[in-house]
Design a protein around this ligand. Sequence first.
Ligand code: B12
Ligand code: SF4
Length: 454
Amino acid sequence: MKVVFVTPAADIRRNSIYRIGGSFYGRSNSITGPLILGRILKEAGHEVEVYEELYQDLQPENIKDADVLCLYTMTSNAPRAYELANIFKEEYKKRVIIGGMHASALPEEAIKYADQVVIGEAENIIVDLIEGNVKGKIVYSPPVEDLDTIPFPDYSILKTPCQVANLMTSRGCPFECIFCTTSRLFHPYRYRTPDNVIEELEMYKKMGFKYVNFEDDNFTANKNRAKEILRKMIDNDLVFGETFFFGRTDLARDEELLALLRDAHLNRVLIGIESLNQDSLDYIDKKQKIEDIEYCGEMLEKYKIRLIASIVLGIDYDTKEDIRKAVEFSKKINAYQLQPAILTPYPGTPLYEQLEKENRLLIKDWEYYDMMNVVFEPKNMTAWELEAEFFKAVNEFYSFSGAMKMFKIFGFEAGMRRLGLWIAGKFGKTFFKKKSKKEDGNIYNELYELSFES
Ligand code: B12
Ligand code: SF4
């Protein structure tokens, strides 16, 4: 059978200007689920192709020879997934299966567009499912117990550009912040043995990948295990050009870990600073103190690990001043990048339940649930003002002088990337202002109108 996996991208992300902006932020890659499921199916004798719409336009007619279309959904790409599902089911009369984050949280919604929906990790059922041996429209697939049994992602079936290999050395996270989806879909927290991870890295070296990303939700959650992986990477000459990973401020308390991260080139880390207001950190259940954030900033600079500071805008306890304080702090500690994320109530999280119960969800068009658009009514400002704070944060952080500083501290490539983000930020703000006041039928205008009314 021919099986095609597609990770759709929302309309705005398929726009060529957005793609240029995105290229300054990070290199092309792929989520790993479809590449793993694809390998399992290939080994069972099926023909498989995988497409990432984020990096290349997809013409449905070019893949209509597929017998089954498999769609990955996160919340913001769900409407596009449903659009593709409709084309395949209604026009081409093909089988459609939907899985991933969003479908797992809202299977009753996804099944309206598909023949079958899978909740959870699909490794254990994918072959039976494709071969028609699993009945039922909504199918629950239990989490994989031993992650070492999962085959490595197969990049040969990926038909769209890919400069970086993504690997997940663990699934889930031992924490449970109120807005986090991954610690809930990938539950309980599990991890692979260091030897199994090293084997995958060897494969990427042989394949000629210059870069890898560790896409674990919290790579350093178990510090001893992380250290063992890093030591083995260094000893086995498995150090790549620049390796991105997600961590928490707690990693800074272990200097041996910091030195190993630096030496193994895990030198770009995204950390959720979230807010510099302790009440906000407690409310989102971050289990993090302001001192942890400050100490982490200092230590990462000392070990020359580039920090992507992720801050959350719109937490109930935060005011505009708190948001600006977090941006100022990120500048002060010379964060390599700032990732301002508008608080987003993803279905399946306690935050979503809370805001729904309080009747504070303003917009239910999932496309806007991408952490760049306000979709709920904030407590300490209007929705419109919060959206404006997002663009202010971008413009305040990504300045020309900030880019010059990056050339000095981190070199040419980092400086160029910051210059690109400065231009992209300026463009975004102009676009936002223009749309908000003049054009009907777009989210900025809607937020402006909603705030004006309230
Ligand atoms: C790598 C990654 C990216 C990459 C590549 C993604 C891409 N091309 O779209 C980049 C950096 C580009 C990216 C971008 C974005 N991302 Co992202 N990303 C990830 C990350 C870190 C890892 C994905 C991964 O490999 N997972 C591990 C594998 C094993 O799991 P999986 O792919 O989900 O597959 C399993 C199951 O879901 C299921 N499954 C998957 N597909 C299918 C299909 C079928 C048919 C079936 C049956 C089963 C099935 O079985 C698989 C095996 O167990 C996840 C976090 C995470 N832990 O998943 C966030 C995550 C998915 N991203 C997220 C977000 C918000 C975004 C952005 C909107 C961010 C932004 N503001 O720009 C964009 C949107 C991109 C888009 N396509 O529109 C959120 C989504 C939250 C939500 N509930 O919607 C996540 C969960 C991170 C988070 N903050 O919580 N992302
Ligand atoms: S620390 Fe990060 S990955 Fe872990 S629960 Fe919180 S937001 Fe999710």
